[in-house]
Design a protein around this ligand. Structure first.
Ligand code: PXP
Length: 240
């Protein structure tokens, strides 16, 4: 079964709009875990506009499921934070500091020489490394070559095509990218704009190991409640 890692950045974003500590990021993580999620994802950014370094340390102390920390390794203090906390997985994302949300995968040829030592350092710390990638089959051998264990396919183009009702050719691109990654020995994760409507089709791609879902899940939880929403996602994944 594909694992569900719940991205709780949106809880921190809401919390940061007042100085009274609600909603609590750790309480939300406990609810998500109690509902059966397999993992918790956070994406600390240098401006701490949602998840703060202090959240990362608090979560690391209490988590009983896989911790996935995402972010740009070239923006301090990301690497120090990750190597200190040693999560199960680190997903490297090439997002600019001022970008609203991650909006593309790695250009590996452009970043190869900087990525090699970073990936090695994370692996030396016992951390599994995933690279956020566009769904381009030709890029997957390059991700393997720089030492990644997994790729996370950037699913925004899939989600947009799904919403517009013209998903067939875009979906095929993801099928081919996942296969190209698996053929060179990479595990395949996926994330961005996945939701209760588009998840089942995406995860019909064989052997998607993990999906990381935040924005839609937290929005849906306003109607359905956080536990019920996590369980609705888990039901989709277990029914596949
Ligand atoms: N993967 C990466 C690398 C991300 O930056 C994000 C958003 O923080 C996600 C997955 C989750 O996307 P969404 O919040 O749209 O579910």
């Amino acid at each position: 079964m594909t694992k569900l890692s719940v991205n709780i950045n949106r809880i921190a974003l809401l919390r940061n709009s007042r100085n009274i500590g609600i909603p609590s990021v750790t309480a939300a993580a406990k609810t998500v875990i109690a509902a059966g999620a397999h993992g918790i994802t956070v994406h600390p950014r240098p401006d701490e506009r949602h998840i703060k370094a202090s959240d990362v340390y608090e979560l690391a102390k209490m988590l009983t499921v896989e911790f996935n920390i995402e972010g740009n390794p070239f923006q301090p203090p990301f690497m120090d934070l990750v190597c200190d906390v040693k999560p199960a997985q680190c997903t490297l994302v090439p997002d600019a500091p001022d970008v609203l949300t991650s909006d593309s995968g790695w250009d590996i040829p452009e970043n190869r020489d900087r990525l090699l030592p970073i990936i090695q350092k994370l692996k030396d710390n016992g951390i599994r490394v995933s690279l956020f990638m566009d769904a381009d089959p030709a890029l997957m051998p390059l991700a393997k070559e720089v030492g990644a264990d997994r790729v996370e396919l950037y699913t925004e183009p899939y989600a947009t095509a799904f919403r517009e009702g013209k998903v067939a050719s875009v979906f095929q691109q993801y099928v081919l990218a996942a296969k190209a990654a698996q053929d060179v020995g990479l595990g395949v994760n996926a994330g961005h704009d996945l939701n209760l409507q588009n998840l089942a089709k995406f995860c019909s791609i064989p052997d998607i190991l993990e999906v990381s879902i935040g924005h839609a899940l937290i929005a849906e939880a306003l109607d359905m409640g956080l536990s019920n929403t996590v369980q609705a996602y888990l039901k989709i994944l277990s029914d596949l």
